[in-house]
Design a protein around this ligand. Structure first.
Ligand SMILES: [Zn+2]
Length: 83
């Protein structure tokens, strides 16, 4: 038996760009499809660190417009860890 020891990094989105539908401004998205994820380290204009950038496609819940957006991801810090 080989145990899979895969480190699952939980990521949270610190910023999305554009943050809303370019057509109607609705932030509710549906059918998100990830295209590519790149390991890019940086800081958003709000000062949020990110370690990954993901390109996605999604449909707007309001007007059903399909559009591309980027998500800046940062691993969720574990509980008990303070920095
Ligand atoms: Zn829309």
């Amino acid at each position: 038996m080989v145990k899979k020891r895969e480190k699952r990094q939980q990521l949270q989105c610190v910023q999305a760009r554009p943050p809303a539908c370019p057509k109607c401004g609705c932030t509710d998205r549906t059918k998100k499809t990830s295209i590519v994820t790149r390991e890019i380290n940086g800081v958003t204009v709000e000062g949020q660190k990110f370690t990954k950038v993901q390109w996605n496609y999604a449909n707007c819940k309001n007007c059903n417009q399909r559009y591309k957006f980027m998500e800046y991801l940062y691993p969720v810090s574990r509980t008990g860890e303070k920095g």
